[in-house]
Design a binder for this molecule. Structure first.
Ligand SMILES: Cc1cc2nc3c(=O)[nH]c(=O)nc-3n(C[C@H](O)[C@H](O)[C@H](O)COP(=O)(O)OP(=O)(O)OC[C@H]3O[C@@H](n4cnc5c(N)ncnc54)[C@H](O)[C@@H]3O)c2cc1C
Length: 480
């Protein structure tokens, strides 16, 4: 139900801060256990400029977005404008995690139901270097799909337009949070036995950095909060001239077709290539995915024929195209996204600027690693070799792949991971394998900020799997 913001001193079993997919899912799962839950959300039911202002912050380095465009503050969180692409992490993505893929796989069926997709993420081997992999596309819109369920639940109190501004407690026990209601324009406190921070992949770090500065008694000191932050860089690697029929015949998989990826048109086809674990090991590259996306074309169209000819003579055509200021389009485009390895220098810190509550805003410091470019180059070459070997087409790569001096802008900035990573060692991690902050008795974190590494898969399905695992852990606390 919508919370009565005038009621005072309510004691909850669990307070969840943030109503993105993680916070919503956790509250809906826990309400079945007959627990009293507060879901505290700074945003409104839908987007508003007023609440979005809360997400302003600073960026230093190579991150391609403003912090207030890279995430959304509203009921449903950033899924208010997400792309809906879903994929599970690979087994080898878990090497640095304190849990294994199988620990999350048990929640996959349930998570795919919540996100309204098929539970099918196949990998098919093409050769020793490459797999073709399967994605699912979710049409779920959390703000509408789950709002009625939340407000019809008698066990969930939803506080909208309510910002958590401070945590209180001592002896490593968090006892209450201080909130500001933009509806009543006043501060108030909520008490609980357990607190879960579900405020997204940047804010989770910012809030813990603020609390570390303010109160030494909530969790262990000197945790690497905000550090080892990473995202999934994304970039076009090149163009291809392909024989569509031979591609279909040779790379036909049993997967559902993924049409119109990146608005390529309803007759486009997508082939998603990922490196085998052998290739990752042999070439010492990161995990990644390259999408070869064919364009809708008509050979009757002379412009397309000309474009294809340009592809066959790339050097001359590039000069010509430069002269005419056009992009080379040759029937297919190769897009790629990569794993970015966690580096201590990539981090969320507190900036000097303060918000309306006198809390420091977030600053993201981020630089792409050399490994990203190397991974792109190796994957591009392996796909090129495959096209030649089976005579399916030819590739033309972007200059940045081979010329280290050429800087390249990633067009990503949407998946925010790390900063409160999971692990057993307090030197390298912030939460334990049950997502409780090291040293704390009752403060938990959920979201992609707990990922120790991020593979290349879009994060939300894994966030939901982790959320369901956290729900099971928390439920046990109230039954034992
Ligand atoms: C353009 C775009 C496209 C994307 N596409 C995909 C995709 O195709 N596939 C995929 O898997 N992922 C995608 N993502 C990422 C996806 O949106 C996130 O992984 C997901 O929303 C994270 O969920 P979350 O619940 O952890 O956090 P969020 O969704 O970020 O929710 C956090 C919530 O916490 C609230 N909050 C923050 N601070 C406070 C506070 N102090 N007090 C109270 N409330 C607070 C916020 O208002 C927000 O509602 C995309 C993201 C963007 C921006």
């Amino acid at each position: 139900m919508l919370a009565d913001q005038n009621s005072k001193n309510i004691d909850y079993d669990i307070i969840i801060i943030g109503s993105g997919p993680a916070g919503i899912t956790l509250s809906l799962q826990l309400q079945n256990k007959n627990l009293k839950i507060a879901l505290v959300e700074t945003g409104e039911r839908y987007y508003s400029e007023n609440s979005q202002k809360y997400y302003k912050g600073k960026v230093k380095g190579e991150f391609p977005r403003r912090l207030d465009e890279a995430r959304l503050s509203m009921f449903g969180g950033t899924t208010g404008h997400w792309g809906g692409s879903c994929r599970t992490l690979d087994k080898h993505d878990f090497l640095e995690w304190p849990i294994k893929k199988k620990d999350l796989d048990i929640y996959r069926e349930q998570a795919t139901k919540i996100i309204k997709i098929k539970n099918s993420f196949k990998d098919e081997s093409i050769n020793k270097n490459l797999n073709i992999i399967e994605y699912q596309q979710s049409e779920s819109y959390f703000p509408d799909d789950y709002y009625p369920k939340v407000i019809n639940s008698k066990n969930i109190h939803l506080f909208l337009q309510t910002t958590m501004v401070e945590m209180n407690g001592e002896n490593f026990f968090t006892s209450s949070i201080k909130c500001y209601s933009r509806i009543n324009k006043n501060f108030f406190y909520l008490n609980s036995k357990i607190f879960v921070l579900a405020t997204g992949g940047i804010e989770n770090s910012r809030i813990l950095l603020l609390e570390e500065k303010r109160n030494k008694g909530l969790f262990s000191q000197n945790l690497p909060i905000g550090k080892y932050w990473f995202e999934h860089p994304f970039k076009i690697l090149g163009q291809a001239i392909v024989d569509h029929e031979r591609l279909k015949k040779n790379l036909n998989s049993s997967f559902d077709p993924w049409v119109n990826l990146f608005n390529a048109g309803d007759n486009s086809e997508t082939y998603s290539f990922a490196p085998t674990y052998d290739l990752i090991n042999k070439e010492k590259i990161s995990n990644s995915c390259c999408w070869l996306v064919t364009h809708e074309r008509s050979y009757k169209n002379w412009k397309n024929v000309a474009k294809n000819l340009f592809c066959l003579t790339p050097n001359i055509s590039k000069k010509l195209l430069k002269k005419f200021g056009k992009h080379l389009l040759c029937g297919a485009t190769i897009y790629s996204t990569w794993e970015h390895e966690p580096e201590i220098s990539n981090k969320i810190v507190l900036s000097d600027e303060k918000d309306e509550f006198e809390n420091n805003k977030a600053m993201l410091i981020y630089k792409k690693s050399k490994l990203v470019r190397k991974t792109a180059r190796v994957m591009f070459e392996k796909i090129g070799e495959l096209l030649i070997e089976k005579d399916l087409g030819r590739l033309i790569g972007e200059d940045f792949l081979y010329e280290n001096d050429i800087d390249y802008n990633s067009e990503a900035g949407w998946h925010h991971m790390g900063g409160t990573r999971m692990g057993n060692n307090e030197k390298y991690s912030v939460v334990d394998s049950n997502l409780k902050i090291h040293g704390s008795k009752n403060l938990y974190v959920i979201g992609s900020s707990v990922f120790p590494t991020g593979g290349h898969a879009n994060p939300t399905l894994s966030i939901l799997q982790l959320t369901l695992r956290l729900e099971r852990h928390l439920s046990k606390k109230f039954t034992t």
